[in-house]
Design a protein around this ligand. Structure first.
Ligand code: ARG
Length: 462
């Protein structure tokens, strides 16, 4: 793009390398819509306040609408040599409508303009991430509903610990995701504040009406300090942080899916459409999607770190370092959306193998706590009951038996209190059904969790 707008102050053209280095249009062009909508609101306000002529305001607005339409139809391409999307739109406007176009930037700086554009852009993105997150939560509720009695081992230290159901396990992730939704909602609130009118850093001497721009663009309120208005990127960091935590949850879930579809577990089978093969080993069916999600989580943490480090040492107000905010936050946004978009149908189509889950739960003395609890209910102190059960487990291991198959004589030999009803007390189904405390794995408890979760989702739609 020939001739810089600051050419008056300079006696030389910008070095080509500096031009390229400085340019952000490659990654900020994606804010074209927000840049145009923000400019339209600004021009309308300038006209209403008598800062520019009503006729110029009208020409600017129509010109910008034309640019928007042409970008969206593909008739207008971004100029890769433009410095950024703001300069591109303004130059194009002036090309189209002449002098009136040169009045658009009255009472405005690119510093408050870019702050506005990012906020508007992130508002759209946050809503999209939330919509995908809600879809994932609903998918989990559906899987849970279909698996209320699908018994599986619950683990601690990846050792079989106590029996749960697949429904219970799914609803654990649903709770994490509900909190992710909440974090995104909080971020939205702090993003929804309108910075235009902060000017370069010290606001403006023109009699602007910031509240009018705020209302036109649908923001909650205006920023309260012009220095802060142009130099705050907390909301980007907050969003990157909310996305990082969401990715952490997806990654943890992915790790479990990877384990579950191994031959060692075989709790689930992924649909062929969501698995991949090997170029050499014909038997392979690999969970690449989940591995990529696990891998991409690191990349999103990197984006968060980029933003944190970028901001930690820069003086007020705007510094060019801050141009680096966009690639980082956009990468985090694109990555999480990509992950969610693939993860949801993968989960929705996976085949649950309930028998394998139950078999795994039947081994490994997962009902030992319930065996001890049986004695406690018959009057023994828990510590004594715990010790007796430990000895029983030892006996079983020596004899190659399980608590379910150990003969009553062996039970009685250790403690007279045992009777035939012990077998019912330690059956897997009893173990799960009895855990009906709020939050527990019993089907009725998980049903309430599903109801709670669906109500929480509905509250977002109101
Ligand atoms: N492309 C710039 C950015 O993304 C826009 C703001 C430029 N402001 C300035 N004073 N050079 O940060």
């Amino acid at each position: 793009m020939a001739g810089k707008m600051w050419a008056g102050r300079f006696t030389k053209e910008t070095d080509e390398r500096v031009n390229d280095f400085n340019s952000s249009i490659k990654f900020d062009a994606r804010m074209y819509r927000q840049d145009i909508e923000g400019s339209i609101a600004h021009a309308a306000m300038l006209g209403e306040c008598g800062i520019i002529a009503a006729d110029d305001s009208k020409k600017i607005i129509e010109g910008l609408q034309g640019i928007l339409a042409d970008i969206e139809s593909g008739a207008l391409q971004f100029d890769p040599t433009a410095e950024d999307i703001h300069m591109f739109n303004e130059a194009e406007l002036t090309k189209r409508i002449g002098d009136a176009g040169k009045r658009l930037h009255t009472a405005r700086s690119r510093n408050d303009q870019v702050a506005l554009d990012i906020r508007m852009n992130l508002k759209v993105e946050i809503r999209e991430i939330q919509a995908l997150t809600k879809e994932l939560v609903e998918t989990l509720c559906k899987i849970a509903e279909n698996n209320l009695t699908t018994v599986m081992p619950g683990y601690t230290h990846l050792q079989r610990a106590q029996p749960i159901t697949l429904a219970h396990h799914m609803m654990a992730y649903a709770q994490m995701l509900l909190r992710d939704l909440g974090r995104l909602e909080d971020t939205y609130k702090r993003t929804n504040i309108m910075p235009l009118g902060s000017g370069a850093l010290a606001a403006t001497t023109y009699p602007i009406n910031r509240q009018r721009v705020c209302d036109l663009l649908g923001f909650d309120e205006i920023t309260q300090n012009s220095l802060d208005g142009v130099s705050d990127r907390d909301f980007c960091i907050e969003l990157a942080s909310a996305i990082s935590i969401l990715m952490m949850h997806l990654s943890r879930f992915s790790e479990e899916i990877i384990l579950w579809c191994s031959w060692e577990f075989k709790f689930i089978e992924l649909d062929d459409a969501y698995a991949t093969g090997s170029s050499i080993m014909p038997q392979k069916k690999n969970p690449d999607v989940t591995e990529l999600i696990r891998g991409k989580t690191g990349r999103v943490y990197g984006d968060l770190n980029t933003l944190l480090v970028m901001m930690k040492g820069i003086s007020l107000a705007y510094d060019k370092d801050m141009q680096e905010d966009k690639e980082a936050i956009f990468d985090a946004i694109d990555t999480v959306k990509l992950c969610l978009t693939t993860f949801i149908p993968m989960l929705d189509t996976m085949k649950v193998l309930p028998e394998n889950m139950r078999n795994a739960a039947a081994k490994g003395f997962i009902n030992a706590t319930d065996c001890a609890d049986y004695l406690v209910k018959k009057g023994l102190p828990f510590r004594d009951a715990y010790k007796i059960t430990g000895t029983l487990v030892h006996t079983c291991i020596e004899k190659g038996l399980t608590l379910e198959t150990l003969p009553l004589e062996d039970y009685k030999a250790l403690c007279e209190t045992f009777d035939t009803d012990v077998y019912d007390a330690i059956s897997l189904d009893t173990c799960v059904m009895q855990r009906k405390a709020a939050g527990g794995p019993a089907p009725e408890s998980v049903k309430s969790q599903i109801e709670y979760t669906r109500n929480a989702l509905n509250a977002y739609d109101k």
